[in-house]
Design a binder for this molecule. Structure first.
Ligand code: CTP
Ligand code: MG
Length: 227
């Protein structure tokens, strides 16, 4: 039984504004996507990767990953949910023996191997769905439409969610079959069906690279890691 990872990488990267899909943006000479996929395989717990690429750049992305024979590239869709769905549809062909599936944003290219391993282990131990989380550092306030504060939320019970999110393959399939066009995070689809979602500890290095500021932080992460 193997573990397959789906990597949605078909976004435009509008907020980063690099003039190319975010997944192809290089950090120290290697793209976010290459780093993300290599990180999954280097965890030692992932055997197959299905990447959802921008539809008109499937060949470019395939070439980018040519050094990683376990990676399979499919065209992504208009929304992240569509991209994940297309990658999920390829699992039977790419990894027919898979029982555990991860969904991991290419934009979280610096996720430590320990987080990936912890997510896989939790699913293998019986959790139907698992998300890595971090405590929320900022004070959180609820505001009304005018911007006036309504209340201060108790942040001790709040968590920020990262990827990879892990699932029993049949659970994620059932969640996507029921989802229709609803766009939410993958574990959220399991929640909608009443399924239990467990948490493991996330890591600051698993930040989602969204803006140029985040990219600067990623470069610092690399420098810290001595890469
Ligand atoms: N993604 C995808 N297909 C889409 C939209 C997003 O596969 N139609 C992927 C992105 O490539 C990224 C992840 O989902 O790896 C998280 O999305 P986000 O951080 O929003 O990336 P982008 O959509 O590329 O960025 P932006 O929203 O700024 O355009
Ligand atoms: Mg987006």
């Amino acid at each position: 039984m193997s573990v397959v990872a789906l990597v949605p990488a078909a976004g435009r990267g509008v907020r980063l504004g690099a003039g190319m899909p975010k997944a192809l943006v290089p950090v120290s000479g290697e793209s976010l996507l290459l780093r993300a996929v290599r990180g999954l395989l280097a965890s030692g717990r992932v055997e197959h990767v299905v990447v959802a690429a921008p539809a008109e750049q499937v060949e470019v992305v395939s070439a980018e990953l040519a050094s990683l024979p376990c990676a399979h590239v499919v065209p992504g869709g208009a929304e992240r949910t569509d991209s994940v769905r297309r990658a999920l549809d390829a699992v039977d062909e790419v990894a027919p023996d898979a029982r555990v599936v991860l969904v991991h944003d290419a934009a979280r290219a610096f996720t430590p191997a320990s987080v990936i391993r912890d997510v896989v282990s939790a699913v293998e131990q019986g959790a139907p769905a698992v998300v890595p989380v971090l405590p929320v550092a900022d004070t959180i306030k609820e505001v009304d439409a005018s911007g006036a504060v309504v209340s201060t939320v108790d942040r001790s019970r709040l968590r920020a969610v990262q990827t990879p999110q892990g699932f029993a393959l049949d659970v994620l399939r059932e969640a996507y079959a029921a989802a229709g066009d609803i766009a939410t995070d993958d574990a959220g689809l399991v929640e909608r069906l009443g399924g239990e979602v467990r948490t493991v500890a996330g890591h600051p290095h698993a930040l989602k690279i969204t803006t140029a500021f985040d990219l600067a932080i990623a470069e610092s992460v690399l420098a810290l890691a001595g890469d």
